[in-house]
Design a protein around this ligand. Structure first.
Ligand code: ARG
Length: 630
């Protein structure tokens, strides 16, 4: 039973001491099971083994389950059920106050764990009262320095939907890691170097020579069209090709005029990229490929010294036996071309060394399309063998994602068959969101919004919709881009989740006796709930229980994301949260009459405030802003 304030205080204290060791409920149960397994079955289980504790597959089995007895039974040549019984007896005293006892042994030897109501309510109070404002999500045992290499478009080329995915996914990963307490370096590995610049500079000399004069502002108009025209000239005229090659050499040797032209090209591209980042509300630091130029020859020296690189038809290559092409022939990593030019991969090797040595990176994430998987596997392998990083202390991870497809499931193109410009795509989403919003406002009698609000809201909804549609689909799968689906106010979409937030916050405000228009932050409302409810919460109805237990999982979802880097799990979690909130709100009146039990009412208000805060935080981690009204 939950009655009696004494009970609640004891378990709140127990939960606080858990706070000191900074663990989520799941982590606590798992750690206890591990410890008990080591003590009880030391001959077949060690601390590094998997205790096989998972979320319960069904609510009626409780909160968590442990399947370790099956494997241990085999190893010990005993019946799994007997092993499970022994484990249960050893566990019970260790989980007092946390799980309901007796624990249940089910099926061939599962152990089911059901958290006590006191533990659940104490955990929720802790989320509500977290002085760090982190909703009870524990700080990591080791704060890592994480480099996230994302977005990374190419100068003078189209920033395409692949770069959009990288930007959206990369930004979310940064936000989650930052929230958990890691130190994150957000890097834009812009493609700002390579032989194509010779062609561009030469074409500039031909078509816009005035731009090469010192002090001249460059206005090349549409850079992508400029690139296409330059490429056409390059392809049709061998004399032009010759001149373009000479420009590459001049650029590399630091020739003033060539440098100026290169800088001008980069600046114009940068201005265009920045417009996209601004609209997306993404912070990123540019450190393009050219940054690593001074380190490339050193990398080659290391590879040669270690006997990893060898000449092949004039090019310098690294052969690794596990990388072969379709015909089964060895597929080398080329680090220097016959003409002496360095490669994309060489820059990545130099970047690894720099990030590890200068930035102190312990984890580096590379967010690119799945098509680059082999490139990264090869680069990581070569870097390891060349001793550019210590795999014991640094983890390099490619974070691949699938393609964006059109609604027809084919390649994503405009109606006329051109590649879609990111700015056009985002502006279109905002425009459509605006039309929906204006129509909604007109339908609601008495509702009026000024232009500034409409503009702000349309931007948040349109951009949020694009982001959420991307993040909610499993990262590695291809997904279909559909304005209609992503902007829908129902289903697992940004507008729906934003609507849920404004509804929850409206309910919470009303229940707290605040006017609907009051500008009260969710966190402030939470604090009020925390301070006004000296008594522990009460979760009587099934719907309250279900909502409370789901809220409690927030930290575990983020920790899962920290390791598997799959943002769609967070979307799933938020969507399910909204469904549980709806059931709760249907079954448990929050604003009740004077005769109502004040403790119940306070507790329900606290559930509302906590739901609002979790939805707001969750959306923020997805890069989506909430609105007071939608
Ligand atoms: N610029 C590359 C592209 O557009 C992506 C760069 C990814 N990062 C890296 N370190 N290679 O495909």
């Amino acid at each position: 039973g939950v009655d009696g304030a004494g009970d609640g205080r004891v378990s709140a204290a127990a939960a606080d001491s858990v706070g000191a060791t900074a663990r989520t409920p799941y982590q606590q149960v798992r750690a206890t099971v591990t410890a008990v397994l080591v003590e009880t079955f030391s001959e077949v289980f060690s601390a590094a083994d998997d205790p096989m504790v998972t979320s319960a597959s069904r609510a009626e089995f409780g909160d968590y389950q442990c399947n370790a007895a099956m494997r241990l039974g085999k190893a010990l040549q005993q019946k799994p059920r007997d092993v499970a019984q022994r484990l249960r007896e050893a566990l019970e005293p260790r989980l007092a106050g946390v799980c309901q006892v007796p624990l249940e042994v089910a099926g061939p030897g599962f152990i089911n764990f059901r958290l006590t109501d006191e533990f659940v309510t104490a955990t929720l109070s802790r989320m509500l009262r977290d002085p760090r404002g982190k909703l009870g999500v524990p700080a990591p045992a080791v704060k890592q320095r994480v480099v996230v290499d994302f977005s990374s478009p190419n100068i003078a080329k189209e920033m395409h939907v692949g770069h959009l995915r990288s930007t959206i996914i990369g930004d979310t990963l940064c936000r989650v890691l930052e929230f958990l307490g890691h130190r994150v370096v957000r890097l834009n590995h812009v493609g700002d170097w390579g032989t194509q610049f010779g062609m561009l500079i030469e074409y500039m000399r031909e078509s816009a020579p005035q731009a090469l004069q010192p002090g001249q502002a460059l206005e090349l108009g549409d850079l992508v069209a400029f690139y296409k025209r330059a490429k056409q000239r390059f392809d049709e005229d061998p004399a032009f090709q010759e001149a373009a090659r000479a420009q590459v050499t001049r650029l590399q040797s630091g020739d003033e005029e060539a440098r100026r032209a290169w800088r001008a090209l980069c600046e114009q591209s940068r201005r265009e990229f920045d417009r996209v980042y601004q609209l997306l509300d993404v912070r990123i630091e540019e450190r393009g490929e050219s940054f690593y130029n001074p380190y490339l020859s050193e990398i080659v020296r290391v590879l040669e010294e270690r006997g990893l690189a060898q000449e092949d038809q004039g090019a310098l290559c690294v052969f690794l036996e596990q990388f072969t092409n379709r015909e089964g022939k060895p597929q080398p990593l080329i680090v220097r071309k016959r003409d002496g030019g360095y490669m994309y991969a060489t820059t990545d090797l130099a970047a690894i060394r720099y990030r590890v040595q200068e930035d102190g990176a312990q984890r580096v994430l590379y967010v690119t399309d799945a098509g680059q998987a082999t490139h990264f596997a090869q680069v990581f392998q070569v870097a390891r063998r060349a001793g550019l990083y210590d795999p014991e202390r640094v983890s390099l991870e490619h974070v691949p994602f699938g393609l964006v497809l059109g609604e027809d499931g084919k390649k994503f193109k405009t109606r006329s068959g051109d590649t879609v410009r990111l700015m056009d795509l985002l502006e279109r989403a905002v425009e459509l969101a605006r039309a929906d919003l204006v129509a909604r406002i007109a339908e609601q009698p008495g509702r009026q919004e000024d232009e500034a609000y409409i503009q702000r809201a349309a931007t948040a909804i349109g951009v949020g919709a694009v982001k959420y549609a991307d993040l909610r689909s499993s990262r590695t799968a291809d997904y279909r881009f559909s304005y209609e689906k992503m902007l829908s106010l129902s289903g697992n979409t940004a507008p729906y989740m934003m609507y849920v937030f404004s509804r929850v916050s409206g309910i919470a405000r009303k229940a707290a006796g605040l006017p609907a228009e009051a500008a009260v932050e969710m966190s402030e409302l939470m604090q009020r709930c925390a301070s006004s409810s000296a008594q522990p919460m009460v979760l009587r109805e099934a719907a309250e229980q279900a909502l409370g237990r789901h809220l409690m999982r927030f930290g575990d979802v983020l920790l899962q994301l920290e390791s598997d880097l799959m943002p769609h799990q967070l979307c799933e979690y938020l969507f399910e949260l909204s469904q549980r909130f709806n059931q709760f709100y249907e079954q448990c009146p929050v604003v009740v009459g004077a005769d109502a039990d004040e403790r119940v009412q306070q507790s329900r208000l606290a559930l509302c405030a906590l739901t609002g805060a979790v939805v707001q935080r969750g959306l923020d981690l997805l890069g989506i802003q909430v609105l007071p009204r939608i």
